[in-house]
Design a protein around this ligand. Structure first.
Ligand SMILES: [Zn+2]
Length: 222
């Protein structure tokens, strides 16, 4: 029984049903999880298969995308879709490099279709993580810095979990963890402290934050 199967999903642009590859849940084997949430898999990598390219119209999307506005659809039709490449590996098994290429195009789609900033940041983190997998430190850091900037902007403009697209305490932990991954000790300390002192942060997030900060201190002998 192959570990990869074809999943049907609806394209947010042409609204037709398209197919993409996914990892069968019984074949998903978690090897370890880094403290910033990145999961290492034994066997097929689940992250590789999140971006989808529609086989009908070329649009590249993530299932977290929201409905497209009429003006956005028009721009896609005239300017964007004709220029998008048809990627053969979008419909097959993928390597990490191919997945990164799809994520970058997916991020571009997210930008031009005005998806939430939280989605753009999430895609950026995925690109950073896949570069971690390839041990491409420079690219990992670059994408992580971009993502943390986005998350900080979200924090400053925060309204609520639905509109911003991420719960408030999860956002705080994400920022602290990204700074820890970037080894920016002062920033990480500041954001973890904010979590420890907040009355609004859930006990679960506080517990995770404490564990992450302890681990960071051990590793960096602080
Ligand atoms: Zn489509």
């Amino acid at each position: 029984m192959p570990a990869i199967y074809s999943k049907k999903c609806k394209c947010p642009y042409c609204l037709k049903e398209t197919e993409t590859k996914r990892v069968l849940s019984r074949h998903i084997r978690v090897a370890q999880t880094d403290f910033d949430g990145f999961i290492h898999y034994d066997g097929p990598n689940v992250y590789y298969y999140e971006p989808v390219q529609c086989t009908h119209c070329r649009f590249i999307f993530h299932e977290a995308f929201e409905k497209l506005r009429p003006d956005v659809r028009e721009r896609l039709t005239t300017d964007i879709l004709p220029a998008l490449p048809v990627l053969a590996f979008a419909t097959t098994e993928r390597t990490a490099e191919q997945a990164i290429q799809l994520y970058k195009l997916c991020l571009y789609s997210a930008q031009v279709t005005l998806q939430k900033e939280s989605i753009l940041a999430m895609l950026g983190v995925r690109i950073a993580w896949l570069n971690r997998l390839l041990e491409n430190k420079e690219q990992e850091v670059l994408w992580m810095e971009r993502a943390v900037e986005k998350y900080e902007a979200l924090y400053l403009d925060y309204t609520d979990a639905v509109r911003t697209g991420i719960p408030h305490d999860v956002l705080l932990l994400r920022i602290a963890d990204l700074y820890a991954s970037l080894e920016r000790t002062d920033d990480a300390k500041q954001w973890y402290s904010l979590i420890f002192q907040s009355k609004k942060v859930s006990d679960r997030i506080k517990k995770d934050a404490r564990e992450h900060w302890e681990l960071y201190r051990e590793r960096h002998q602080i």
